[in-house]
Design a protein around this ligand. Structure first.
Ligand SMILES: [Zn+2]
Length: 242
């Protein structure tokens, strides 16, 4: 194998590892955000349930006060009844008292309804609170793992990129420029074998002459179709597979 090809393959292996590390790093932040928003949604669900419970309790309290004021009204009417000597006025007050009593019954019924509602909400709120706790705990754990993974990837990437120039420095300029341009445009394997007589990148079938030139290992040979740098190793079968 030509020395330049050997060096390019080593560089390519390094670049693949760099790209992989970058790819994994790029997924860290979305994953972190997904975990955080899941925990936030669970928290919000719990807070909504608690706020609803508070509202129901305050509604019930209002009804209770209303009923209380009706009871005081009845006491005032009863006192007036006691003081009056007119039958007509007495009857009118008795009617007012009956109306108040009916209102109180209705207010108490509504209070009972709200108490039942509050009980159901309380159960739901407790469940939502437990769920939010569990999700928070799991998310914290996963966020910790994620931070550790990110740290590992960052130091791995620093290591991989750190001495990359030692690899590029050993490669002749023209070949390196060609390689860099291909890597930039294609972003995957750009130094490829001619196994089975086709380009390892774009799979175009090669003319015999090109394979002969490649086997001669004198010049840098590129694919006429995609421009990838081609190489040959003796273990390659150059017969075109059907
Ligand atoms: Zn090709």
């Amino acid at each position: 194998m030509q020395q330049v090809i050997e060096k390019l393959l080593i560089l390519q292996d390094r670049d693949h590892r760099i790209l992989r590390a970058k790819d994994h790093l790029a997924r860290v932040e979305p994953e972190r955000q997904a975990l955080q928003s899941r925990a936030a949604a669970a928290q919000a669900g719990m807070e909504t349930a608690k706020a609803k419970l508070k509202q129901v309790e305050s509604d019930r309290k209002k009804l209770e006060l209303e009923a209380e004021s009706k009871k005081q009204q009845i006491e005032r009417y009863a006192l007036q009844q006691f003081q009056t000597k007119k039958n007509e006025e007495y009857r009118a007050l008795a009617h007012e008292i009956d109306t108040c009593k009916a209102s109180i019954t209705e207010l108490e019924d509504r209070q009972l309804g709200l108490m039942e509602e509050a009980e159901a909400i309380q159960i739901a709120a407790a469940a939502a609170s437990r769920e939010a706790d569990e999700i928070r705990k799991a998310a914290d754990e996963q966020l910790k793992e994620l931070a550790a993974r990110e740290q590992t990837l960052r130091s791995e990437l620093t290591g991989l990129e750190g001495n990359r120039d030692q690899l590029t420095g050993a490669i002749e300029d023209r070949a390196l420029r060609h390689y860099e341009r291909l890597l930039h445009n294609k972003g995957d394997s750009v130094v490829v074998g001619i196994q089975h007589g086709v380009c390892g990148g774009c799979h175009m079938k090669f003319p015999v002459q090109l394979m002969v030139t490649c086997q001669a290992e004198k010049d840098l040979v590129t694919c006429p179709n995609c421009g990838r740098i081609l190489y040959y190793t003796p273990d390659m079968d150059l017969a075109v597979a059907d």
